[in-house]
Ligand binder design. Structure first.
Ligand code: HEC
Length: 141
């Protein structure tokens, strides 16, 4: 009997995990992939930057973490703050991969909510500024 209960628990844990990762991947396909491509390489020639092995670098400069949740693509989904937080965290780990700092903490719903409430006017300008700061950081090494 105990054995059976344990088996059931193990099965539930597996199903629970699969559901969690499945919905982020599904949301990425639904809301992001059209522009960013399945592998996150985007279409730089058409102004869609590659996120693959790159996007995590933004987490290294002040304001970068907020920026990633304030770009129009992330902002204008019908997803809740919590779902957006999970999706962004999924993007960092699965698409940003090695570019993501080792101490990366997943986005939280409260964080996304506050970033959404304070979106800067000039997002493309902010992107340029963040990239300049990143360059400075690399040069200073
Ligand atoms: C209509 C096309 C489009 C869709 C759909 C889209 N994006 Fe984007 N995304 C862009 C463009 C273009 C940029 C470059 C920044 C800018 O100009 O806004 C960008 C930038 C980003 C960035 C910052 C990367 C960088 O290098 O600046 C992140 C993170 C991001 N998008 C995440 C998402 C997520 C997550 C979704 C899905 C929920 C999504 N995007 C949907 C077009 C899109």
């Amino acid at each position: 009997m105990l054995h059976r209960c344990l088996l059931l628990l193990a099965a539930c844990a597996l199903v629970g995990n699969a559901a969690a990762t499945g919905s982020e991947q599904k949301n990425y396909r639904l809301y992001c992939m059209g522009c960013h491509q399945a592998d996150g390489t985007g279409s730089p020639a058409n102004g869609i930057p590659s996120m693959r092995d790159e996007v995590g670098h933004f987490l290294r400069v002040p304001g970068g973490r907020a920026y990633l949740s304030q770009v129009p693509g992330t902002l204008h989904t019908p997803l809740s703050d919590g779902e957006t937080a999970a999706l962004l965290s999924w993007v960092m780990v699965n698409i940003g991969r090695g570019s993501v700092p080792a101490d990366f903490q997943p986005y939280t719903a409260a964080e996304v909510k506050s970033y959404r409430a304070s979106v800067p006017d000039d997002i493309p300008g902010l992107r340029v500024k963040l990239l300049q700061e990143l360059e400075q950081q690399l040069l200073a090494r």
